[in-house]
Design a protein around this ligand. Structure first.
Ligand code: CA
Length: 454
């Protein structure tokens, strides 16, 4: 299929008109007058941290997990090991304007600590710092923006560790939850060796403990290794290459692949759902100029069990598509063009017929899904039919917000877009039309991470 240019990244600047700033200043003065005696911020703030994923540098024991500090239960707590420094962080799930942090310390409190915020859990900005912490309940009014909030303790007040009954973060959510996995998902990238060939590929076991590294295999051009044996591959120049991944054994039925063409100083490649879904895959390409883009299944999909993903597919697609997640379960969810129900003689062989005829296309339903026969050289029309925009003016065929709004459409493809990083996926052969595919390409590449999930 044709290789499109890489997706562009757009930076949106939020500017505030002068009259609004004036109005806001008046509002703030009035609110300060009304609430000058109040401790809590003069604007609505929501408890953002409760029940959100929390992690910590350590725990004292299994009974004091990080999650106990954000569970809203005053009788449960996080406690660290008895050393400095230690930290606990919470992932708010989306970027937020943070106005207040309330720390309810157990007897083991911090003398010196910072409250820090971060957009990516990698680089942190301090919004509060003290060397004379008092313990007890500390209500800290802060100003910061971030998705992650961390309490970073450097000096303990007692010989014990750091312990919080509750760690509550208040503010206003400003973003929609990103689909891009956080930095922690991708692990350490600083230690990736430099490539001698074109790009260093690092394989990541993200099966959530389902398989050990010794049972997650990758295969390229006759080489087969487990991640435990060899997590890196120094990718040479090649064309139309595929790297396969297997779970459990090197010939397991749980497998999938990525595809790529690698030039002397460029990586072009993609994950693909064109044929089927086998196992969850995501990849992140980083180049020497700072380009850094991820594609593949999204964070939620990686986090959930495989059985949940199969059931989610059945729940989210119309009746004609449900068998795609059933006929080869638990191994594969197959593309609709491969299913007997949509082929000649099948119950849904005419699924697309009337719609295709209405726009002057005569093609078998399975050929529409597969962009084959008369559609093999017509990417625009094939993608428009799959996305149910073929009846609209061609100028609207490149408007993603119009896609998949009604049947008939390729609901298999829709599902993979709905659960992909930045909604980009290769759901059918010409899904690169209007740059909707998971294809990435960049010159002077440095490393490529491939996450293999369950
Ligand atoms: Ca608690």
């Amino acid at each position: 299929m044709p290789l499109m240019s890489p997706p562009s990244r757009v930076t949106i600047r939020h500017t505030r008109p002068a009259f609004l700033a004036t109005a806001l200043a008046v509002f703030v003065v009035v609110m300060l007058a009304v609430y000058s005696a109040a401790v809590t911020p003069a604007y609505a703030a929501t408890l953002l941290s409760q029940g959100k994923p929390a992690t910590a540098s350590s725990t004292e024991n299994a009974g004091t997990p990080a999650s106990a500090a954000v569970d809203g239960n005053a009788g449960t707590r996080w406690s660290s090991q008895f050393s400095d420094p230690q930290w606990i962080q919470v992932d708010l799930g989306a970027s937020a304007s943070i106005s207040q942090v309330v720390l309810t310390w157990e007897a083991a409190y911090a003398r010196s600590f910072q409250v820090q915020v971060s957009a990516n859990a990698t680089s942190w900005t301090s919004v509060y710092s003290t060397t004379t912490g008092t313990g007890g309940t500390q209500t800290l009014n802060v100003t910061g923006t971030g998705r992650y909030v961390r309490v970073y303790g450097t000096v303990r007040a007692t010989p014990y560790g750091y312990s919080l009954w509750e760690f509550a973060v208040y503010g206003t959510s400003t973003g929609t939850p990103p689909t891009d996995p956080p930095g922690s998902f991708w692990g350490d990238t600083a230690s990736i060796p430099a490539a001698q060939n074109v790009v260093m590929v690092k394989m990541l076991n993200r099966t959530n403990g389902k398989y050990p590294d010794s049972q997650v295999y990758w295969s390229y051009n006759g080489q087969v290794h487990s991640i435990a044996e060899q997590p890196y591959f120094d990718m040479p120049v090649n064309s139309a290459g595929r790297m396969y991944f297997y779970l459990g054994s090197p010939n397991s039925q749980y497998y999938d692949f990525i595809e790529f063409t690698v030039g002397a100083s460029v990586f072009n490649g993609n994950t693909t759902r064109v044929d089927a879904f086998g196992i969850k895959l995501a990849m992140r390409l980083h180049a020497h100029d700072g380009y850094d883009v991820s594609v593949g299944e999204d964070q939620t999909t990686f986090a959930e069990d495989r059985a949940v993903t199969f059931q989610k597919f059945v729940n989210e697609v119309p009746a004609e598509f449900k068998p795609l997640a059933q006929v080869q379960a638990p191994y594969r969810i197959i593309a609709p063009g491969s299913h007997a129900g949509f082929r000649a003689g099948g119950a849904n062989a005419n699924y697309f017929s009337a719609y295709a005829s209405s726009v002057g296309v005569s093609a078998a339903t399975s050929d529409i899904f597969g962009c084959a026969a008369s559609l093999a050289n017509n990417p625009g029309m094939c993608s428009a039919l799959n996305r149910h925009v073929a009846h609209l003016p061609q100028s609207q065929w490149s408007t993603p917000s119009l896609y998949y709004q009604a049947a008939p459409a390729n609901y298999y493809s829709k599902f993979w877009h709905d659960h992909a990083i930045n909604r980009l996926s290769y759901g059918f052969p010409y899904d690169d039309y209007a740059s909707q595919s998971s294809f990435i390409s960049h010159g002077n590449p440095q490393w490529l991470l491939v996450a293999v999930g369950w």
